[in-house]
Design a protein around this ligand. Sequence first.
Ligand code: SOE
Length: 404
Amino acid sequence: MHRTGDIGSAVIGTGFIGTVHVEALRRIGVPVLGILEDTPEHGVARAAELGVPRAYASLGELLADDRVRAVHVTSPNHLHYRQVVEILSSGRHVICEKPLAMTSTESADLVARAASSGLVNAVNFNIRFYPLNQHLAAEIAAGALGDVRLVTGHYLQDWLALETDWNWRLEPARGGALRAVGDIGSHFLDLVTFLTGQRVASVMADLATFVPVRREPAGPVLTFSNERATETVAREITTEDAATVLLRFEHGARGLVAISQVSHGRKNSLRYEIDGSAGAAAWESEQPDQLWIGHRERANEVLLRNPALMNEAGRAAARLPGGHVEGFGDTFPAHFAAIYADIAAGGPSPRPAYATFADGHDEMLVGDAIAESARSRRWVDVRRDGVPGVHEAATAATPEGGIS
Ligand code: SOE
């Protein structure tokens, strides 16, 4: 058993989310020994800005640093697979951003490699780690809502609402064949699976591209950037701006979710409502310190996040007393504390609260079913039998990997 302070880490990619990783690692006392960027020069500049001791010039150089025991992968999606393969082969624990890979063939391979390595493997579905979500998952498992019947909700953002909004996620070759579904729909689906304990069994999906042509700026653009480029090029868009999906869960629950990156005014709004036979619960990521609890025969309640009023799982994820609002950035130290406890112990625990590669792969399979359903305009079962997804076939057939 190591102390987390003795486990050296490195972070690949220091955009919006990679920076949150670096800050969260510091908050739990894990040394960030270095970073890797797209070019050595960019790496040196970002290491100086973030106060990180070293910028590695390549993944090979990073993995040659024996003090690094865990690597965080926050690079664009198309790099995840090959970087994670190298990291696992070098015997390092790995925390990868979602989606885990570009296709479910890749993600299945990563699951197999991680399992045979015995190393800790995690996917950054951080939303599980809002303390009230940890609390609610344990309450539902203990029967507080009775049998789960209905799961409804949305994940809406507006940062890609305008034709001048641009990001690498819009390009199928870098972001994947599914965009809104892969980037944020995957968070919703992972979260409700975690909360209810039920995986998605079948889907009926409709995908829409409302902005078919966008203006790509001459230079790179950070996620959520407000900068407007003067020189742009027209680009045809084949990935979805929005999706509506009907869901059937494995133990009979039904669901409905709207996913969009073009909803004006919604910055980062994930909302769910879970109706059970004995009660209901609802939560919204833009007011994350409040959990609504619905009753039929007495007044409804609102639980304000408070370690003194939550169960053990909720308390473990909370870092501040009640009334001191915790948010997005606070889910990362809570998430990483759970992952690094396993790293300190030497390997994955039997049922981790964090999402493993197996969970990340499962979201890829649900994505395959969503793509197939939208294309064929019918209900599609999630294939967990190892058959390559239609999503896979689509990516192979068209170099752009586009779906309409
Ligand atoms: C962009 O849509 C994004 O940064 C996602 O990639 C993250 O996973 C989400 O947490 C916030 O929005």
